[in-house]
Design a protein around this ligand. Structure first.
Ligand code: ZN
Length: 196
């Protein structure tokens, strides 16, 4: 396989990049000064080496534990469960939430073969079972899979004696939390409802 095919093949695996775009990006890089490609390669290598999931909440971090878990001013009694680490950024930008997070690593989707065991649900159950958590706010996306995930979390967490709430439906159905504006997220959080 040629170097061009090799890179184009890797780029085409990224979300939103088809084979055609992958080839266009590859040829674009070849037209640039060589140092730019070297810098890109170095940035990718550094990213892969340094960034890892926080062992507590699965947020992405370069430290041993993420900044949110280490922040003593945040309320460890409230955990906001999100699908992806990128959702944390969206909620943080809204500036309303001062609790902790839990990144599930996706959503339950039987059609795609994704079950609870493929997510970090067991780790969330352990955090809740630890006893210090009073409320879990389920902030999965307002999609069919996001709702199914929310229902599953309700079923496994409520028996542990924790309050389980769901963010309100201010978010567009089928929308993505990551791209929602701060006001919408803040409203969805404050109008959250009981799941049990
Ligand atoms: Zn963390």
């Amino acid at each position: 396989m040629s170097a061009i095919d090799d890179l184009a093949g890797e780029l085409a695996k990224l979300p939103g990049i088809g084979r055609k775009t992958a080839l266009r990006l590859t040829y674009h890089l070849l037209k640039q000064p060589r140092e730019r490609s070297v810098r890109l390669a170095h940035a990718l290598e550094t990213l892969a080496e340094r960034v890892h999931p926080c062992p507590v909440c699965y947020n992405l971090t370069e430290d041993e534990e993420c900044g949110i878990c280490r922040d003593p001013r945040r309320d460890a009694g409230v955990i906001c469960a999100v699908e992806e680490a990128a959702d944390i950024g969206a909620i943080e930008r809204a500036g309303e939430f001062r609790g902790h997070f839990h990144v599930l690593g996706g959503r339950i989707s039987p059609l795609d073969g994704v079950g609870p065991e493929d997510l970090t649900v067991a780790a969330l159950e352990r955090r809740v079972a630890g006893g210090a958590v009073k409320e879990v706010i389920v902030a999965t996306n307002p999609s069919v899979e996001g709702e199914a995930t929310a229902l599953y979390l309700q079923q496994v967490l409520v028996p542990l004696g924790v309050r389980v709430t769901r963010i309100a439906r201010g978010l567009p159905v089928g929308g993505d939390l990551e791209y929602a504006d701060g006001i919408t997220i803040a409203q969805a959080l404050s109008a959250r409802r009981e799941m049990a």
